[in-house]
Write a protein that binds this ligand. Structure first.
Ligand SMILES: C[S@@+](CC[C@H](N)C(=O)[O-])C[C@H]1O[C@@H](n2cnc3c(N)ncnc32)[C@H](O)[C@@H]1O
Length: 237
């Protein structure tokens, strides 16, 4: 190896070492901080300021994350109706729904709302988007035929308040549809390790079934995705 190659090798090693140090530091900090604080001080600014990078997760996983969201669409009415998306993120699922339904959405991060609005506008689609909290939805009781939320519920410290709101805004006979990561009931070890990692990073690995049943919904649950670490829970009011 010539001098130039050796120098590049050193820079690469230095970069990799620094990256490992930063990741290690983040994990160490997370393990010493309660989840509510991690959500507020880490994830909230990340979702807001790095919204434009969020889609690279889809790109890096070869579209897998989007494929994991899409089963939610199977439980929506065949055509027409009002659908609310809670935590729409960068709006990939939202634009698909906006082609078939009257849609509305709420997300805590203005950065995410910016990306979703731009995505809708480019495709000539419309939605009533709001910046707000899943625990205080700015819509009247019973307005929607369905409420959809993908990979959001695990980020919410107050699950009861969020579920109360999602159930409140759906009409009798309508559905609350939640897709999220969690423990796999097949006891898969990789799924368990992933769930532990998400928990260390501030997420809440929940089973939404008892939360829905406690509010009188009729519930179905299915696990899928790699090692069964993703689930969909559908409650009919
Ligand atoms: C992991 S992203 C998921 C985004 C998208 N639904 C998806 O499937 O990729 C979580 C999203 O939930 C939003 N979020 C987090 N807490 C929220 C809250 N309390 N109310 C509304 N949105 C929230 C974040 O801003 C972010 O856009």
């Amino acid at each position: 190896m010539n001098d130039h190659g050796r120098e590049r090798g050193w820079w690469f090693a230095l970069g990799a070492g620094l990256a490992a140090l930063v990741v290690g530091l983040i994990i160490w900090l997370c393990l010493r901080t309660d989840r509510r604080t991690i959500q507020r001080l880490f994830w909230k600014p990340v979702y807001d300021r790095l919204a434009r990078l969020y889609d690279s997760v889809d790109w890096l996983t070869g579209g897998t994350t989007h494929r994991l969201r899409r089963p939610a669409l199977r439980y929506l009415p065949a055509e027409g109706g009002r659908v609310l998306e809670v935590g729409f993120g960068t709006g990939k699922l939202h634009v698909e729904m906006a082609k078939r339904y009257h849609v509305a959405g709420v997300d805590l991060a203005p950065g995410m709302a910016y990306v979703t609005r731009r995505r809708l506008t480019r495709q000539g689609l419309r939605s009533a988007l709001a910046i707000g909290n899943a625990c205080a939805l700015p819509w009247p009781t019973g307005l929607f035929d369905a409420v959809v939320s993908t990979f959001v519920f695990s980020a919410l410290p107050d699950a009861d308040a969020a579920m109360d709101e999602m159930v409140r805004v759906v009409r009798p006979g309508g559905r609350v549809i939640i897709v999220d990561a969690g423990e796999a009931s097949n006891g898969n070890r990789i799924a368990h390790l992933l769930a532990k990692t998400w928990t260390a990073l501030g997420d809440y690995m929940r089973d939404e079934v008892p939360l829905m049943e406690a509010r009188g919904l009729e519930v179905e649950r299915e696990e899928y995705g790699p090692w069964g670490c993703v689930h969909i829970v559908v409650g009919t009011r």
